[in-house]
Every structure is written in structure tokens, then in C-alpha cells.
Design a protein around this ligand. Structure first.
Ligand code: SF4
Length: 270
């Protein structure tokens, strides 16, 4: 039986999937996708065979009203008719040209999917900026990551998340602040939770005003008042300095302007 290893297309966790033909069904390219079975890939390094409901139902969702050919309707109250690729592309080009000529290039925009990869972004931007002459291109992956990225750059000097999934199996203490990972990132959270359950010394601390499913399984749930997270973090920094838990060598080699930070946190007694 041929098993194709692939990735879940939905979110950035990037769970590994295996696609294989359902027993006794046709797998020709035109066959509806319910002839395939999709399951978690146990050998995949991020997900270890686990998938959430979205990944587990990839094959079903592909089978429902999937667009297989270009379809066109001249008016909203008319039914769609199947057309050739040439006709569809000609129609799209005509409409774009009309907008460009009557309203200017800036009347065009493209909002890209978070599922674009770097090469997709490059091509889409070339099309919009280089060919069509508009600057109006953006994607939800940039908008939803922009606050995280600016935080990473300010805190760590680079815009990549600074940890890796393997850390979830190694940590002695997971500190989760402002995230309901159990519901928003179930696969990653399950991985951490397995490690947490298996090792009684591992502590899970959750900071969230709400008693979320993540908070429910924590060893310590700090249900702070909304808007007091910076006070909490500065208070922890105050205690670490007060108890002498800072590492001068690390501070000297890997941080800048530490004295200013220490001056601020000295106002945050518990
Ligand atoms: S967490 Fe769910 S949606 Fe995200 S990659 Fe994994 S299976 Fe797909």
C-alpha cells in the first residue's frame, strides 16, 4: 500500500500526515477525495502522530464542493458555467485592465493567505508590485504575527521564535502567559502535557485571568487582573535580582542596557 508522507495544510504547527488510498477505492486524480484516508504520521518530529480535528478531517473537507475546473458567471443571479482556463484567464485579465484604466493601479489589492510559503509571497508581490503597479499587497500571516515579531526583535534581536518543539519534552518548568494553548494549539500542548504527566517534578505555571482548559491542568494558575501582566513579570524580575539569581556573565555577553531594566524593576516589589 502506497503511503504518502505530507503536512497538514492548516496551521503553523506543521503536523505530519500520511495519506493512503482507502481500501478498494479508485485513486485517479479525478476521484473524489473521500477515496483517501489521512492519519497522523508517527515518525513526524513535531506532532509524533497526533493531529487535531482539522488535520484529521483534511480528506473529508477536500471532498466537499471542491472546485475542480474554472467556473464563470456573468451576473450574480446566474448559475456558474464551466469554462476553459483560457477563457477564465482572459476574463480575469480584462477585469483587472478595466480597473487599472478606469480607477488606477491602486484600486487593485491582494490579501494573501497565511498558508503562503516564501516563494508564493515572492511571486504574489512581483505580480502586484512589479507587474500591476500597486503597493496594496499584504497577508494575514504578517498581520497576525506583527506584534509577536516586534516583541521578538526587541527582546531577542531576531524575529524567529527562539525555542524548538523538542524543548517541550525537556523542560522542568513551563511558564505559559497569555495563551490558551490547550484549545489554540492542542497538538503542541498535548505534547507538553504528556511530559508534564509523566514527570511529577515538572511544573506547569499558567498566567491567565480566565480559568481556561490550559489553566485547569496547571500546577499554579495565576489568575491576574487583565492588564497586570507587565507588573507580574517585573515583580518576578525584582525577586530574581533581589535573591541574586541573575547571571552576570550572561547579562554581560548577551544583553544591552541591563542597568536601565534593573532600575525599572526595582519599583516592582511583590
Ligand atoms: S494542529 Fe491541527 S490544524 Fe495545526 S497543523 Fe496540526 S493537525 Fe493541522
Amino acid at each position: 500500500m502506497t503511503v504518502t508522507r505530507t503536512l497538514c495544510p492548516y496551521c503553523g504547527v506543521g503536523c505530519g500526515l500520511e495519506a493512503l488510498p482507502a481500501p478498494g477505492k479508485s485513486t485517479s486524480p479525478d476521484a473524489a477525495s473521500h477515496t483517501w484516508i489521512v492519519r497522523g504520521d508517527r515518525a513526524h518530529p513535531s506532532s509524533h502522530g497526533m493531529v487535531c480535528v482539522k488535520g484529521a478531517t483534511v480528506a473529508e473537507s477536500m471532498g466537499k464542493d471542491q472546485l475542480l475546473h474554472p467556473m464563470l458567471r456573468q451576473r450574480l443571479d446566474q448559475p456558474f458555467q464551466r469554462v476553459s482556463w483560457e477563457t477564465a484567464l482572459e476574463h480575469i485579465c480584462d477585469r483587472i485592465r478595466t480597473v487599472q484604466q478606469t480607477q488606477g493601479a491602486d484600486a487593485l489589492c491582494m490579501y494573501g493567505s497565511g498558508q503562503f510559503v516564501t516563494e508564493d509571497y515572492y511571486t504574489a508581490q512581483k505580480l502586484m508590485k512589479g507587474c500591476l503597479g500597486t503597493n496594496n499587497f499584504d497577508a494575514n500571516s504578517r498581520l497576525c504575527m506583527s506584534s509577536a515579531v516586534s516583541g521578538y526583535v526587541q527582546s531577542f534581536g531576531a524575529d524567529g521564535p527562539p525555542c524548538c518543539y523538542d524543548d517541550l519534552d525537556l523542560t522542568d518548568c513551563a511558564f505559559i502567559i497569555g495563551s490558551n494553548a490547550a484549545e489554540c494549539h492542542p497538538i503542541l500542548f498535548n505534547r507538553l502535557r504528556k511530559h508534564h504527566k509523566r514527570h511529577p517534578h515538572v511544573k506547569l505555571i499558567v498566567v491567565d485571568p480566565r480559568r481556561t482548559p490550559t489553566a485547569e491542568v496547571a500546577d499554579v494558575h495565576l489568575a491576574i487582573r487583565p492588564g497586570t501582566d507587565i507588573d507580574l513579570l517585573n515583580g518576578i524580575a525584582y525577586l530574581l535580582l533581589h535573591w541574586g539569581y541573575d547571571r552576570p556573565e550572561f547579562i554581560q555577553h548577551h544583553t544591552t542596557n541591563f542597568a536601565a531594566c534593573a532600575a525599572v524593576v526595582q519599583h516592582y516589589t511583590p
